[in-house]
Design a protein around this ligand. Sequence first.
Ligand code: SF4
Length: 190
Amino acid sequence: MPMPTLEQIAEKVQQCTACPLHEGRKNAVPGEGNPNAELLFIGEGPGQREDETGRPFVGAAGKFLEELLGTIGKKREDVFIANVVKCRPPGNRDPFPDEVEMCTSLYLFEQIALIEPKLIVTLGRHSMRRFLPEDFQISKVHGQPFRRHGQVYLPVYHPAAALYQDSLRQILKSDFRKIPTILKKISAPS
Ligand code: SF4
């Protein structure tokens, strides 16, 4: 079967009923951005504003993400932004592992295959755990790039976690500052 396009994936997401998270959603949030992005940011799941608008990272955490992108000379439109689950978990609870597995297997892995990012930045531990070893602790590995199965990942804290903790904001800013160098290294001939 031919690979679907990003638009076709988004259409399927909007109608998806594959896991219980569809029951409480107003809008599914497929993800958006540059289809040829070097940088793919993957968060946890939609919050209230995202559920209302169908767009990822549009609330306070999204504003902070945009600020962080600005520090490396990027705008939202330059990158692709998605989540490990595309429907809002009720009451903003953590997504369950089977929901993450279902949603990523159905949609996110296909999106990654189409975008072919140089670097995947995982935002928060739920996103990190889907791609990196289960025993990784974000407090120990944030800001360090890892290559796995040919893909490079950079785990960082979730911007929402840093909203009310200045120390985490500073850590996130410092981890983002490493992104241009990591991208250069990935692009350099080996
Ligand atoms: Fe489908 Fe993902 Fe929404 Fe579950 S979270 S209903 S798998 S789109």
